[in-house]
Write a protein that binds this ligand. Structure first.
Ligand SMILES: C[S@@+](CC[C@H](N)C(=O)[O-])C[C@H]1O[C@@H](n2cnc3c(N)ncnc32)[C@H](O)[C@@H]1O
Length: 266
């Protein structure tokens, strides 16, 4: 059993983690906002943001729902504590695998890049279905690192595979969960609303480059602390990002939304 998120390479106590989470927000927030609006979020909605990270989606939900409210949770709330001062945002230290909410508490639940780090995402989706009101909206988003397998750049292919193994071993993460996300949502009893898949490049000068730089650097430090021989692969991939003329498809960003049926199924 992996030691868990807090002990892994991307625990919040790691130097640079907030910057890495902000880079993730820069690259993914436009997709999240697009899908929230496409799915349709009432301006009065009670929203739950699970694993809020550095807090941008909690802020986004508060903006989209000017007459609603937002509960922003994480196992470590240090990077968005300041949101507690906002009138319609509650900040809560909450482990989604262990801590609950009363049934039917929310009209919208969102979780991005959280399920992929959990040992049993299906169990967490079942809990979310309970916390959601009938007809309520679930939007879950995760990555699929599958494109790494077909990378024509051996250095990047190896770097991404080392990244995947490092996170799998250190914190039990599944960096291909995005590929299974739609099945998890429908198997969890939600009525599928829609799905979007966005390619995320490396090396094209776009918003993802900083995310990859900081991710490789942090994984490299983690491996170095553990005296691992894999630091070389991570260093090589890191320097490749800014190599003139280099671009690659790093991953797909997968977003799936669905609704809790108004009448229970079955
Ligand atoms: C990769 S970050 C994503 C942050 C944010 N959702 C985003 O996309 O910008 C994963 C987040 O999930 C949180 N997390 C991990 N395990 C959790 C758990 N069991 N319950 C709640 N949050 C968790 C981490 O602390 C971290 O903030």
């Amino acid at each position: 059993m992996a030691p868990g998120y807090k002990a892994g390479a991307f625990g919040h106590q790691r130097t640079g983690e907030q910057g890495r989470l902000r880079a993730l927000e820069d690259l993914w927030d436009p997709f999240t906002e697009h899908y929230l609006r496409q799915a349709g979020v009432p301006t009065t909605a009670r929203c739950l943001e699970v694993g809020a990270g550095s807090g941008s989606v909690a802020r986004m939900l508060a903006r989209i729902c000017p007459s609603g409210d937002v509960t922003a949770t994480d196992i470590d709330t240090r990077f968005f504590e300041e949101l507690a001062a906002e009138e319609r945002i509650t900040v809560l230290c909450h482990d989604v695998t262990q801590d609950g909410f009363p049934a039917d508490s929310f009209e919208v639940i969102h979780a991005r890049m959280v399920l992929c780090h959990l040992a049993d995402p299906a169990q967490v989706l079942a809990a979310m279905a309970e916390w959601l009101r009938p007809g309520g909206l679930l939007l879950v988003e995760d990555l699929d690192l599958g494109p790494a397998d077909a990378s024509p750049h051996p250095v990047m292919r190896q770097g991404l595979h080392v990244a995947e193994r490092t996170l799998g071993v250190s914190q039990g993460s599944d960096l291909r969960l995005g590929r299974r996300l739609q099945a998890l949502v429908t198997d969890g009893g939600f009525t599928l609303g829609g799905m979007g898949v966005q390619p995320v490049m490396i090396g094209d000068g776009g918003p993802a480059d900083e995310f990859w730089r900081l991710s490789f650097a942090q994984l490299r430090d983690f491996q170095a602390r553990n005296s691992s021989p894999l630091t070389g692969e991570l260093d090589a991939a890191l320097s490749m990002i800014d190599h003139p003329g280099f671009t690659d498809l790093g991953m797909h960003a997968v977003s799936v939304w669905g609704r809790k049926p108004v009448q229970p199924t079955g």
